[in-house]
Write a protein that binds this ligand. Structure first.
Ligand code: HEC
Ligand code: HEC
Length: 353
């Protein structure tokens, strides 16, 4: 707002100064025209100059007066500029954020709306989860099969990943899936500013969190907030239902495979091959995420509590986890998505695989 005001003031000053110069030039040109043909009489160096009376009287006062006025402008103007500058910068920053969200939304839009179709695969402009047609090639037979690959909701992406991790996903995509790389470094079409605008847009569509901490004033990204209670109870309802109807043997297994929001809340999407296109193989056999079967994962986490912590926080690039594990930042954290009981149930299931 302030930024806009100062811009208008600057334009006004510019207009006044420009107007002044035009008037000055106009008067000057007229004056010189009058003098045409009388050069000798009127040559500047032969003109009679002001006498002492005039020079040290009103003229001196006038020139000094102008000097004082300019000085006053500087004395007031510079501190005023200094006072307004931080607000102007904050205003500019805010205006930039709004512009980035707007640009990001244009990129996120469907192809029909001139965008790069994030909305087309991820379930519309609010990114609530969808699916994408994809052709799978069987590595053994070379046979090609058309499937629909679940495209997880991105309106909770900042619940699971931090900004750098999301940037990595956007730049390099998930090259084994319909999610192609979008950044130049990954071989995609977008420069780093375009990726930044997509991140700004995705921040603006996050599901608002509950229980933000003191001083955390953005419910879309506040670090200590979590998923609204009604969504967490939807998750429960769905999981308990699928245990009741016999689809899964336990609450933990049902959560591990949860179908909600195209798998944004589930583990199977990354740890069970075929789950994303509705043809799951052996649970936890390993896909994008490590193999969780055969006891190897328990050897990595002899301590159940440590595994719970890992699921809650996800992996952090370069940092140690479990025994001799080093994170890549690609395993999401579920602490803000699922309740402690839900995570506990999943861990108990995973440890039986
Ligand atoms: C052709 C369909 C398609 C398009 C277009 C597409 N995506 Fe994706 N995206 C997917 C699929 C499918 C996945 C999940 C891949 C997997 O199984 O790991 C995914 C994964 C993601 C993820 C990671 C989600 C997670 O929780 O693991 C993000 C973030 C994402 N996409 C953002 C975008 C953005 C932003 C755009 C637009 C520039 C975009 N996608 C365009 C299909 C698409
Ligand atoms: C977006 C994909 C993705 C999702 C979803 C995901 N994981 Fe992972 N997971 C990974 C990746 C990738 C790793 C490997 C660690 C790394 O790269 O940092 C991993 C590692 C792990 C490990 C450590 C395995 C080992 O032996 O070192 C465990 C345990 C695990 N995941 C459990 C889960 C559980 C439980 C869930 C669901 C609550 C889940 N994961 C959801 C991608 C995923």
């Amino acid at each position: 707002m302030i930024a806009l005001t100062s811009t208008s003031i600057a334009w006004l000053l510019f207009a006044v100064i420009l107007g002044g110069w035009v008037v000055y030039a106009f008067l000057n040109i007229r004056q010189s025209r009058d003098e045409l043909g009388s050069e000798i009489e009127l040559a500047a160096n032969r003109k009679k100059y002001y006498d002492d009376e005039e020079l040290e009287g009103p003229r001196l006062t006038r020139v000094l007066g102008i000097g004082v006025i300019l000085l006053v402008i500087m004395v007031i103007g510079l501190p005023l500029y200094w006072i307004l500058e931080p607000a102007r910068q904050a205003g500019a920053e805010e205006a930039k954020d709004e512009i980035f969200v707007e640009w990001g939304s244009q990129l996120f839009a469907t192809t029909a709306d001139g965008g790069f179709n994030c909305a087309g695969c991820h379930g519309g402009m609010n990114g609530a989860g969808g699916e994408a047609p994809y052709n799978l090639t069987d590595p053994a037979t070379g046979e090609v099969r058309a499937v629909n690959w679940k495209a997880p909701a991105v309106n909770t992406i900042f619940y699971r990943f931090d900004e750098d991790e999301v940037r990595f996903i956007l730049v390099y995509g998930r090259p084994f899936s319909p999610m192609s790389p979008w950044g130049l470094e990954g071989g995609g079409p977008m420069n780093s500013q375009q990726i930044d605008t997509l991140i700004a847009y995705m921040k603006s569509i996050q599901v608002e969190r509950e229980n933000c901490g003191v001083g955390e004033d953005d419910p879309k990204t506040c670090p200590s907030g979590n998923l609204p209670a009604d969504t967490q109870s939807d998750i429960d309802t769905l999981a308990l239902q699928s245990v009741e109807d016999g689809t899964y043997a336990s609450y933990g297994e049902a959560l591990y495979n949860l179908e909600l929001a195209s798998g944004a809340y589930s583990c199977a999407r990354c740890h069970t091959q075929g789950w994303s296109w509705g043809d799951p193989g052996q649970p936890g056999q390993g896909a994008f995420g490590w193999n969780l079967t055969g006891g190897a994962v328990n050897a990595h986490f002899p301590n159940e509590a440590e595994m719970v912590d890992f699921i809650r926080n996800g992996s952090v690039f370069g940092q140690k986890y479990g025994i001799q594990g080093q994170g890549s930042g690609r395993m999401p954290g579920f602490g803000a998505m699922l309740t402690d009981e839900q995570i506990q149930a999943i861990v108990e299931y995973v440890r039986t695989l």
